[in-house]
Design a protein. Structure first.
Length: 103
């Protein structure tokens, strides 16, 4: 039986950095998808956090509501200089009140 290359445990910080480096080009655009309950309050918190994190650097947010409009998927593109910055910003976005899931 062949051992799975993906460990059966949470990845360490260094392992996550290596995964990012092997799957994305840095500096460059980095995608983050956030699922939250629908409503303008969450969007305002998300936008404010991205402005604080990105400063003068650009970002985009695309909203896609669920069929019953109970939840919204926010597809975010942020420009980052490194895998470390990408991980830091993704973790910061994940701490916004109302985040139900991140991809």
């Amino acid at each position: 039986m062949q051992e799975s290359p993906i460990p059966n445990r949470p990845l360490s910080h260094d392992e996550m950095i290596e995964v990012l480096r092997s799957n994305f080009v840095f500096p460059g655009e980095f995608p983050v998808t956030v699922i939250a309950r629908s409503g303008s309050d969450f969007y305002a918190r998300l936008h404010a956090m991205l402005e604080a994190l990105q400063g003068e650097t650009t970002f985009t947010i695309q909203e896609r509501p669920s069929s019953k409009n109970n939840f919204t998927s926010y597809r975010i593109e942020i420009f980052v200089e490194s895998a470390e910055t990408a991980l830091y910003r993704k973790e910061a976005i994940g701490k916004i009140s109302g985040v139900l899931m991140m991809l």
